[in-house]
Write a protein that binds this ligand. Structure first.
Ligand code: SF4
Ligand code: SF4
Length: 237
């Protein structure tokens, strides 16, 4: 039931992507910064960072339209795309991109806030949307399960930063809590993980904190032994 609700929310978000794209765009924020404007996507990214201090990466697992499209495309290539090296690339891209935006903000101060800046569905917008959808489509087709989330996503580092901040300040946040003694190593949790994480190994290790976990709760709902709980917990020692 919970997973049905999650997939329904994701499907709705995927359908709305042509409209919400403005507010998740990595390009519009740059164009706005060049004019000294803090636009809608800058505000949304800031809100995602703040939300993740308590909510971890719930957005990625439950609401992200890019994630939803990747889940659909993964049907054609269900391969796991998850390793330290692959996960690292998105942080490098993000660091260069965010540094450039901060540089533009600094150059073009005083800044003004305008949530709807450059929001206009014209032929350029449709072209950029088509390019981004093609990248999502081809990249996921080549890489497999949520390959873009692992390697290219410009939003994930905001949320991972929020998670790290939360742990640093010992703030309880949404996380998984395993019960290793109950686990029978059937591997069901790993096979359903949309991020291709080895959830069974994480359960056995007694720690399920992974910056790649999108808090979708597929592993929780698939476990026949109820060996994974979830809730608001501080970082385990
Ligand atoms: S570990 Fe569990 S909650 Fe995290 S992404 Fe995988 S299935 Fe979802
Ligand atoms: S599904 Fe449950 S019992 Fe099976 S490996 Fe995962 S945690 Fe263990």
């Amino acid at each position: 039931m919970r997973q049905r609700a999650r997939k329904g929310i994701l499907a709705f978000s995927a359908l709305m992507f042509p409209l919400t794209f403005f507010f998740l765009s990595p390009f519009v924020i740059v164009l706005s910064a060049a004019s000294g404007i803090v636009n809608g996507s800058a505000m949304v990214f800031g809100l995602l960072l703040l939300f993740s201090i308590f909510g971890s990466r719930i957005f990625c697992g439950w609401l992200c339209p890019g994630g939803a499209w990747q889940d659909y495309i993964s049907g054609a290539n269900n391969r796991k795309w998850n390793s330290k090296g692959r996960n690292l690339s998105k942080y490098i891209i993000w660091a260069v991109w965010i540094s450039f935006i901060v540089f533009l903000w600094f150059q073009n101060r005083p800044l003004k806030g305008n949530f709807l800046y450059l929001v206009d569905i014209d032929k350029h917008y449709i072209m950029i949307y088509a390019i981004v959808m093609s990248i999502i489509y081809l990249f996921t087709l080549l890489t497999g399960r949520r390959g873009m989330c692992h390697s290219l996503c410009w939003m994930a580092p905001f949320m991972v930063t929020g998670e790290k901040l939360s742990d640093l300040l010992h703030i309880p946040r949404f996380r998984l809590m395993p019960a290793p003694d109950t686990c029978v190593s059937c591997g069901k949790c790993s096979s359903v993980c949309p991020m291709g994480l080895n959830a069974a190994e994480m359960v056995k290790s007694g720690h399920m904190d992974s910056p790649e976990c999108i808090n979708c709760l597929e592993c929780v709902d698939s476990c026949p032994k109820k060996a994974i709980r979830f809730g608001m917990y501080p970082k385990q020692r």
